[in-house]
Design a protein around this ligand. Structure first.
Ligand code: CTP
Ligand SMILES: C[C@](O)(CO)[C@H](O)COP(=O)(O)O
Length: 227
């Protein structure tokens, strides 16, 4: 089953504190953005990539695409103030497809078997996201005091890719925009329409490069994969 993917890449990387878009930082001598793009470039089922970018970074990103021979990018629309705006900008620029994936450009270690499973479930059920089970004991804390220990069995840490029938995500994004609702992932926008969202178990390796220590994990993952 074929799909197109939206990669929001227009963030600032404030928590990384690198003074530049963190996606340009290198892991094993290659930009994080390129590691992510190469997964989709080499996936035969992926028929198009949409990258949300900052206007002032577009030329640099286009040069990277050429240098690393990334050929599937169909458009680089302007990103927005928040991640959701960046994703919406791509969705609005796209032609109708059956299945669309949204994947953080900052998660370079996603694997093709997980992508394939998400696409399969999205086709069958309409909406599905990747996640991993919470590993630690989970507690609700307020003002430095434990309020309650939460049953870990029902808690998952949510990742991307998040896969949808295109019409459903487009509708959910349009409604959220009209109502001024801002979510931290695409599933929230679909959930609030009353549509069931399914989950596929992913891996802890599919970490988002968010803070400086994530780069150390990233280098370690690459080293292990290259051995
Ligand atoms: N306005 C935004 C904000 C984020 N993103 C993208 O969404 C993904 C996940 O966001 P996050 O990790 O929060 O990235 P940043 O916004 O760059 O980081 P920070 O929140 O630390 O500033 C990243 O690939 C980022 O480039 C985006 O396209 N547009
Ligand atoms: C979509 C996401 O990756 C799910 O964990 C996440 O919400 C992205 O942005 P955040 O700013 O790190 O929450």
């Amino acid at each position: 089953m074929q799909y197109e993917v939206v990669l929001p890449a227009a963030g600032s990387g404030k928590r990384m504190g690198a003074g530049q878009n963190k996606l340009f930082l290198q892991l094993n001598n290659k930009p994080i953005l390129i590691h992510t793009l190469e997964v989709f470039e080499s996936d035969d089922a992926c028929t198009g990539i949409w990258l949300a970018v900052k206007p002032e970074e577009r030329a640099y990103i286009q040069a990277l695409l050429e240098r690393y021979r990334i050929t599937k990018v169909k458009g680089l629309p302007n990103g927005g103030k928040e991640r959701q705006h960046s994703v919406h900008s791509c969705i609005k620029a796209m032609q109708q497809v059956e299945i669309v994936l949204v994947h953080d450009a900052a998660r370079p270690f996603i694997t093709k078997p997980i992508i394939a499973r998400l696409v399969e479930v999205a086709q069958e059920k309409g909406a599905v996201i990747a996640g991993v089970k919470a590993k630690d004991t989970m507690k609700k804390v307020r003002d430095g005091i434990i309020m309650e220990t939460v049953d870990r069995e029902s808690l998952w840490m949510i990742q991307t890719p998040q896969a949808f029938r295109f019409d459903l995500l487009r509708h959910a994004e349009d409604v959220a925009e009209k109502q001024g609702f801002l979510g931290t992932d695409e599933a929230m926008l679909v959930e609030r329409l009353g549509h069931q969202v399914h989950i596929v178990e992913s891996t802890y390796e599919n970490v988002k490069m968010t803070t400086a220590e994530d780069l150390i994990f990233g280098e370690a993952i690459l080293k292990q994969r290259n051995n």
